[in-house]
Design a protein around this ligand. Structure first.
Ligand code: ADP
Ligand code: MG
Length: 728
């Protein structure tokens, strides 16, 4: 017991010491302890959640070397470079290495220096490698991108199926399998194949809170694309197209319009393809235009937007692809240009498939179209699709931020629920729509549905209308789809309760993508003026780019964007201070830090910046973390109540924190919040007061303006606004 506890504290310490992170994310710590106690472990987490750490950290605190099975040789170097930057001895073993290099890798493993060894399944099964591994001290085996094992997964690789047999030949090693594919079918397949049905499963929420989802009617697609990419100048992004030809065409289009764009698809010469991928990984401003062949295993953390130029084939695919945005937790925008014509085009591609395959593909496409056209909160819809429920709308997607018109739907809901009930919960959406619209069909005839009271009750509304109502109440949980039973609709407890006691429910009117106009995109959530020192941030990024070039590494391997933002907020001017920045750690600070510290020092001197350096670093590390958190949340326009809740702060304490941030010279833009709670007139009056007043004392302000007219909280908020705009 004691030993285990010791190991646990050690793990947390190592997290900070090596990776520079203060806290584990989600269930990382439990997962790590599980594999450390020798148990088979199965991890299902969305892209960007932090799966790698779940096997990297246990590899470091244990004797011996962990084997990591990873599908793409092309990306192994990248992953190993990343680990080396943290001062970790990791290697890969594959066909790109010379004889001499292989000998060196093997001797490092034998002498116990190497903690992680990356291999593709093909290399693993090579006789000479197997013999070598059998004679080495292996701690455990990690199978990354484990959905490759499953023929139900989207990247099936037959070689993956042999993994278990080969691991078996190396002895009785614990296995950790990791995937971002959420469907139960794939999960069962993976566990069966790795013979780890008994494994402990860690499945986390698939909610990616920092991703903004938006669907735009596809009208003048090229113009829409160029406008968007121009607006996001200086940012890195992925544009997904359906065909190779389209990829080439769009990459060219972006290039002639001054965007650093590169094509990627399976038809390119392997050399060109590799170069384009590397160029994309190594540049924080490049755009890659690609087919869905691109992306698996790409760990580029600073992808700021993912555009679907054409509709994807399934929601699974869409979710994986959009998931590549904002892995570092900062801004990530996901935009799809949608037109129903694309869905029809995709259906035509399926005509040569077998009947079952075609039905399956059509079903997936149908779900895709339903999502694109839905007026429901995107995040709710997506998570519902993956079997998760969100209790309320997310407030951070197009449907939440630019809501569609609503209508009172009590009677409509009651009608369809009755129709589901009266037809014995045995039919799918299409038939239920026929019933309420009074359309005679074979089922209606043979089951006597034409005699039902509900038959034809909703004939004055269109098919699309009923389709939309049914889709929305599915997401809201009034009904469920029985996937094992031809997608028959079933009443849930909520639905049954509604029938006996109907209540008012607002539903959204459906999107009409047939005659939409391009609306100016004024509501897209851009961060506005930045809370950190922008000139310093830019200089630090330029320095990072220069250093990255010299060392032939991607910039984010040196420091990730959130770390650079933090540097431009807290001005670390010693190794010690730098190592405290989230995501840095001592090893990286020593390896790369010196020129950054020098740059920060010079910037602080040149601009006469007063920093709270000593206090911040020595006595109030956590405090400064809270400040940074608050700054970032305000930047993202999160309501103050939520920020307070997240950090367990009372409204008063939070305001004090915000004031202290503001008083130390950081500009904060609270307009989004103030607009919600204060009318314009009041705002103007208070603002004017501060403009003319001799002091910014709140007491004086209350005395002057009158207690019955303004509250202390209003005044404090307005004072922050005033100081930010005028003084900072
Ligand atoms: P996945 O494999 O699940 O898609 P990664 O392992 O590539 O995700 O991690 C995504 C990002 O999250 C990386 O940039 C990584 O540095 C960061 N990350 C992982 N764990 C933590 C943590 N505990 N604290 C902060 N950042 C983390
Ligand atoms: Mg990964």
């Amino acid at each position: 017991m004691e030993l285990l506890e010791l190991a646990e504290t050690d793990v947390k310490g190592k997290l900070k010491e090596i990776f520079g992170f203060d806290n584990f994310r989600g269930t990382q710590e439990q997962i790590i302890n599980n594999i450390l106690s020798g148990k088979n472990t199965f991890v299902i987490m969305p892209t960007g959640a932090g799966k790698s750490l779940c096997y990297q950290l246990p590899a470091l605190v244990q004797e011996g070397c962990a084997i990591v099975i990873s599908p793409l040789i092309a990306l192994m170097k990248n992953q190993v470079d990343n680990l080396n930057a943290f001062g970790i001895n990791a290697h890969f073993l594959n066909s790109t290495l010379t004889k001499g290099e292989i000998t060196k890798v093997k001797s490092d493993v034998t002498s116990g220096k190497t903690k992680l060894l990356y291999l593709a399944p093909e290399s693993l099964s090579k006789e000479e490698n197997l013999t070598f591994l059998q004679n080495s001290n292996i701690s455990f085996v990690a199978v990354d991108e484990a959905h490759c094992i499953s023929e139900w997964g989207h990247d099936f690789r037959p070689e993956y199926r042999k993994i278990k047999t080969i691991i078996g030949m190396m002895g009785n090693l614990p296995v950790i399998a990791l995937t971002a594919t959420a469907t139960p079918k794939v999960q069962v397949d993976i566990q069966r194949n790795l013979q780890m049905e008994e494994a402990d499963i860690f499945k986390s929420s698939f909610n990616r809170k920092n991703l903004y989802y938006e669907i735009v009617p596809k009208l003048d697609a090229k113009k829409q694309l160029i406008t968007y990419v121009r607006k996001h100048k200086g940012q890195s992004g992925i544009v997904y197209c359906l065909s190779r030809k389209k990829v080439e065409e769009i990459a060219e289009l972006l290039k002639v319009n001054g965007v650093k764009a590169l094509p990627y698809h399976a038809g390119l010469d392997p050399h060109v393809r590799m170069n384009n991928q590397d160029a994309f990984l190594n540049d924080s401003a490049a755009v890659i235009v690609a087919t869905i062949a691109f992306g698996m295993g790409i760990d580029k953390p600073d992808v700021r937007f993912v555009i679907h130029y054409d509709a994807p084939k399934s929601l699974e695919g869409y979710y994986q692809e959009t998931g590549r945005a904002g892995r570092d937790g900062l801004e990530g925008n996901c935009v799809m240009l949608y037109s129903y014509d694309d869905i029809i085009k995709l259906e035509k591609f399926n005509k040569d498939k077998s009947v079952t395959e075609r039905d399956n593909a059509r079903q997936l496409l149908h779900e895709m179209a339903a999502y694109a056209e839905s007026p429901v909160c995107r995040r709710r819809h997506l998570l519902h699709y993956f079997g998760e429920t969100l209790d309320k709308d997310c407030g951070f997607c197009d449907n939440c931020m630019k809501p569609k018109e609503k209508f009172e739907a009590k009677d409509d809901i009651l009608l369809v629920l009755e129709a589901v009930k009266k037809t014995d919960q045995r039919f799918g959406i299409e038939h239920i729509i026929d019933v309420v619209r009074g359309k005679e069909n074979d089922y209606a005839e043979s089951y006597g549905h034409m005699d039902l009271e509900v038959f034809g009750e909703g004939e004055d509304q269109s098919e699309e209308h009923w389709n939309s109502v049914l889709r929305q109440i599915l997401v809201l949980g009034f009904i469920d789809k029985d996937v094992d039973n031809n997608n028959a609709l079933k009443l849930t407890a909520k639905g049954t309760a509604f029938i006996s006691k109907p209540e008012a429910v607002q539903l959204s009117k459906d999107h009409d993508y047939s005659n939409a106009e391009t609306e100016p995109d004024d509501k897209e959530p851009t961060a506005g003026s930045k809370a950190y020192d922008e000139p310093l941030f830019n200089s630090l990024k330029a320095l990072r780019k220069k250093l990255a070039k010299e060392k032939d590494l991607p910039p984010y391997v040196i420091f990730q964007d959130p770390s650079v933002e933090e540097m431009a907020t807290t001005y670390p001017m010693s190794m010690e201070a730098l190592s405290h920045i989230n995501g840095v750690g001592m090893s990286k600070a020593i390896k790369f830090g010196k020129p950054f510290i020098e740059l920060i020092k010079k910037h602080v001197e040149d601009n006469d910046i007063v920093t709270a350096q000593d206090v911040v670093v020595k006595s109030a590390v956590n405090k400064s973390k809270i400040k940074i958190f608050i700054i970032q949340q305000i930047d993202r326009k999160v309501p103050l109540e939520e920020i307070g809740e997240a950090k367990d702060l009372t409204a008063d304490d939070l305001l004090s924190e915000i004031e202290s941030i503001c008083f130390s010279g950081t500009k904060l833009n609270l307009d989004y919040y103030i607009e919600d709670i204060l009318d314009e007139e009041k705002q103007e009056l208070i603002y004017d007061y501060f403009m003319k007043a001799e002091t910014d004392s709140i007491g004086d302000a209350v005395a002057k303006l009158g207690e019955e007219f303004v509250s202390v909280e209003d005044l404090r908020l307005m004072r922050i606004k005033f100081l930010s705009e005028v003084a900072n």
